[in-house]
Design a protein around this ligand. Structure first.
Ligand SMILES: Cc1cc2nc3c(=O)[nH]c(=O)nc-3n(C[C@H](O)[C@H](O)[C@H](O)COP(=O)(O)O)c2cc1C
Length: 327
């Protein structure tokens, strides 16, 4: 999979997820086999560019993978400026968000709301592609709603503007996250353009990954929610696609070790107080894969206010788990 001048090591991509795909989580997913991990979106609003959370989102210090930064906005000039600024801050790929359905985003007609205005889409893409000399990618949904699924038209606009790769989440904006994603539209998009196309939506197993790749002809797949608490999914999919069989699932000890290293990165990146708070949702996702003994420990773990307490509670949950599984 090639994006502009960047050759990805495979065709498995971690989806941008606000509040989740921070540097620690991206690093982990790359370590476990993601060929690319896209950052959380950053607003193009200049008032926010020096904001502490924006600076953290665009902190690439020690980033191990290709640095793809997602920007969001509606004004072509501000989007162009945001692309330039992020390129100066170390982005190697700029991704444009036209897929986010959140009310906060759509009420200012950004994210997937832009899909209703093809002329504005063209102006934004032209402005951003012309502003930087790094590849620009685009992420969309299949359309605004079921009656206006214009992903093919948007894909052609994107190709003409010089977009280097296009991700299609197989839902309309109106679908939010309901129902199952469909990938028929991705297939149509793939057949109508010659830029790389990435399929996204509800890919949560090696079998589903292979099915989506085969049935759409997409060049790559993008995975979001299924990677939460489960960064191993990338190596599992990669092995299945390359060898046609499954690799061993991570053991309880593997999960414990990975969670500890994830926490260490979170405390280091955010500082102890925020790190402990942000870690809670990740711990819950890891524990979801470990059954009821782990889940029972969760509310207790959520009370911890400092790293040493959080770690001690997690260690005792894992001790219980090991004893439980040995019994
Ligand atoms: C919590 C959360 C945050 C998200 N944030 C973003 C975002 O910042 N930018 C974006 O383009 N998509 C965002 N998405 C959408 C995902 O990138 C992806 O398109 C969607 O979750 C479908 O893929 P999945 O079924 O593999 O999760 C977000 C999704 C979730 C669940």
């Amino acid at each position: 999979m090639q994006i502009g001048s960047y050759q990805l090591k495979n065709n498995l991509i971690l989806a941008p997820m606000a509040g989740i795909t921070d540097r620690p989580f991206r690093e982990l997913c790359v370590q476990f086999g993601a060929g690319l991990a896209v950052s959380e979106m950053v607003a193009s609003n200049p008032a926010l560019t020096r904001h502490k959370t924006t600076l953290l989102k665009t902190d690439h210090n020690g980033d191990t993978g290709i640095r793809s930064v997602q920007i969001l906005g509606t004004d072509p000039r501000l989007m162009a400026d945001a692309a330039k600024l992020n390129a100066q801050r170390g982005a190697q790929i700029i991704d444009i968000n036209m897929g986010c359905p959140a009310k906060k985003v759509c009420s200012v007609a950004a994210g997937s709301a832009l899909l209703r205005d093809e002329a504005l889409v063209k102006r934004i893409l032209d402005a951003v592609v012309n502003a930087v000399d790094i590849p620009v990618t685009l992420k969309i949904r299949t359309g605004w709603d079921m009656r206006s699924r214009n992903a093919v038209e948007i894909a052609q606009i994107a190709e003409n503007a010089g977009i280097a790769a296009l991700t299609v989440h197989g839902r309309t904006r109106a679908c939010k996250f309901e129902g199952r994603a469909e990938h028929e539209t991705v297939k149509k998009v793939k057949q109508s353009v010659s830029i790389p196309v990435i399929a996204n939506g509800d890919i949560d197993s090696p079998e589903q990954a292979r099915f989506v790749l085969d049935s759409t002809g997409a060049d790559a797949i993008m995975i979001g929610r299924a990677a939460q608490g489960n960064p191993w999914l990338f190596s599992q999919i990669s092995h299945f696609i390359n060898h046609g069989k499954h690799i061993e699932k991570p053991t309880v000890t593997d999960i414990h070790g990975t969670l500890m290293s994830h926490l260490d990165k979170l405390y280091g990146f955010y500082g102890n107080a925020s790190g402990v708070r942000i870690a809670r949702k990740h711990i819950a996702w890891y524990f979801k894969h470990l059954g009821s003994v782990a889940q029972d420990a969760q509310s207790n773990i959520n009370q911890a206010q400092c790293p040493s307490h959080q770690i001690a509670l997690i260690n005792s949950a894992f001790n219980l788990l090991t004893t439980d599984r040995a019994a």
